[in-house]
Design a protein around this ligand. Structure first.
Ligand code: BES
Ligand code: MN
Ligand code: ZN
Length: 499
């Protein structure tokens, strides 16, 4: 996919060259002087007339008419060099790759030096390039008789630069591309309808991932869950004709199985709400209720590609949440694997039930640090909107690591409180240890508080992605639908982990 050259791209013949432009005025006399000369100064004229601009997001396509061997030049405005962030460079790459893809170009050269600044070096730019390429050109293949596959896709990207070692750039390209690909895999899982992605399908997918990357795979069946006493997980599955799966993937990157990071992802393949049935408007879109599972599987793909020296156990509780004569009912009391009993007040608060047993099981597999990811509550959307993932923790230091990873990944998270009084509300039941739905006040916090009861003293961060797992609008880095949010954050948490 990527080839790296240590020279300027203007002497070779390509279908297109992508060039980034910083600042006003655009300085053709520096890095791009030769190019302007080949055009007898006409590029400078186009800058003067505003046809080529360094304004952020501004793109321009110039046909070269043989003045240089390549056919077309694509310019992308990057704004003021001093203010530009990694995030903006990544988005700009997304914008220009989308445009090039639309023009049905198959082979493109990128002049990487034109994207670097004092704070963003060629390695950062390479990472931004490959990640943005994967993300921005993602499409979900739909189920129309005439599917939406584009006729032509970018097949080869030639990366040109002058100073940095080729091998280092290749490594950075690989990292960015893996992050993008892992995110896209998560997107596809989330976009897939519930009838085509059951718990069994998800387990099959995880198995294949395990075979590809040599993870240890364990799939718990209903009988296994019964033996282990996973009463909370089983309760949610009770009304379903689809068998439940507790999916476990282990990746050992250290000599010893110590300092194990547990990644736990909610894998509800469809959430009807159960007897606390959702409304006819609220139920639409609930195929995405396995967004947490998808994030964990996407991150495991990245981990499989990049093989960090860390230990990870991924645990995914998967089932749908359905209704039948056997289904769980409000008022029922169930016994979780931990032994804690739960009074079910709302069968639509099912995510925290399956996660309760999954968190307990992750600890059984030796997890010393936990992150759970879940499309858990509508409340988090009310609180934080659809751009920011809600977080809750029981450990400041662990939260710092998660926060830094999310910042670096460009996937913002914001912490919600978890005070003693909040904990008391989930412990408030006359007939059981816990209740699964203490009422609508602060219910994003209640969801986290409930899961925290099972994390107990293990450092834990809860990430509620109900608002961020999907988006209604197309962006520079992907179409509307599933975002694949938290794949990159989770992968970075693992890569950067320090005990
Ligand atoms: N899967 C939903 C949360 C959700 C809502 C995800 C909207 C994506 C978009 C979850 O299982 C749920 O139903 N939560 C309830 C919790 C309540 C019953 C305490 C909610 O948010 O209303
Ligand atoms: Mn629900
Ligand atoms: Zn749900």
């Amino acid at each position: 996919m990527f080839t790296v050259y240590k020279k300027k791209p203007f002497t070779e013949a390509h279908e297109a060259i992508i060039i980034g432009l910083f600042d006003k005025p655009v300085k053709f006399e520096e890095k791009l002087e030769e190019l302007d000369e080949a055009f007898s100064g006409e590029l400078t004229e186009l800058v003067k007339s505003g046809d080529i601009s360094a304004r952020i997001e501004q793109t321009a396509k110039i046909h070269t008419f043989g003045k240089v061997p390549s056919k077309r030049l694509y310019f992308i405005g990057l704004g003021k060099e001093k203010n530009t962030s990694f995030e903006e460079i990544r988005e700009s790459f997304g914008t220009i790759f989308k445009k090039v893809q639309k023009d049905k170009i198959e082979e493109v050269a990128v002049y990487l030096d034109s994207f670097t600044t004092e704070s963003i070096d060629a390695l950062d730019a390479a990472h931004a390039l490959s990640e943005a390429f994967a993300l921005s050109t993602y499409q979900f293949e739909n189920y129309k008789q005439k599917p939406n596959e584009p006729e032509k896709q970018i097949q080869r990207i030639m990366v040109y630069l002058e100073d940095v070692e080729v091998e280092d750039i290749k490594a950075a390209l690989t990292v960015g591309y893996s992050f993008g690909k892992g995110t896209n895999s998560a997107r596809t899982l989330v976009n897939t309808p519930g009838n085509l992605l059951t718990a069994s399908d998800l387990a099959e997918y995880a198995k294949e991932l395990g075979e590809k990357y040599l993870f240890e795979v364990e799939i718990l069946e209903k009988e296994d869950m019964l033996k282990l006493g996973m009463g909370a997980m089983l309760a949610v599955n009770q009304g379903s004709t689809e068998p439940p799966k507790m999916i476990v993937l282990k990746y050992q990157g250290k000599e010893e199985w110590t300092d194990v990071i547990g990644l736990v992802g909610k894998g509800i393949t469809f959430d009807t709400g159960g007897y606390s049935l959702k409304t006819k408007a609220g139920i639409v879109g609930m195929k995405t209720d396995m967004g947490g599972a998808a994030a964990v599987l996407g991150a495991m793909e990245v981990i499989g590609e990049l093989k960090p020296e860390q230990n990870v156990v991924a645990v995914i509780p998967s089932t749908d949440n359905m209704i039948s004569g056997e289904a769980l009912k409000p008022d029922d009391v169930i016994i979780s694997m931990s032994g804690k009993t739960i009074e079910v007040l709302n069968t639509d608060a099912e995510g925290r039930l399956v996660l309760a047993d999954a968190v307990t099981y992750a600890k059984h597999h030796g997890a010393n640090y936990l992150v759970d990811v879940a499309t858990l509550t509508g409340g988090v959307i009310t609180a934080l909107g659809t751009e920011t993932t809600g977080a809750i923790t029981n450990n400041e230091e662990w939260f710092e690591q998660v926060l830094e990873a999310s910042f670096e990944a460009g996937e913002p998270i914001w912490r919600l409180p978890l005070f003693e009084k909040d904990k008391q509300r989930v412990r408030n039941s006359k007939i059981a240890d816990l209740n699964n739905s203490p009422g609508s006040e602060g219910h994003a916090i209640m969801g986290g508080a409930f899961i925290g009861e099972f994390a107990e003293n293990t450092p834990w961060v809860h990430l509620d992605i109900a608002g961020t797992a999907t988006t209604k609008k197309d962006t520079n880095l992907g179409p509307s639908g599933a975002t694949g949010v938290m794949v990159r954050t989770l992968a970075l948490i693992v890569e950067r982990f320090e005990s």
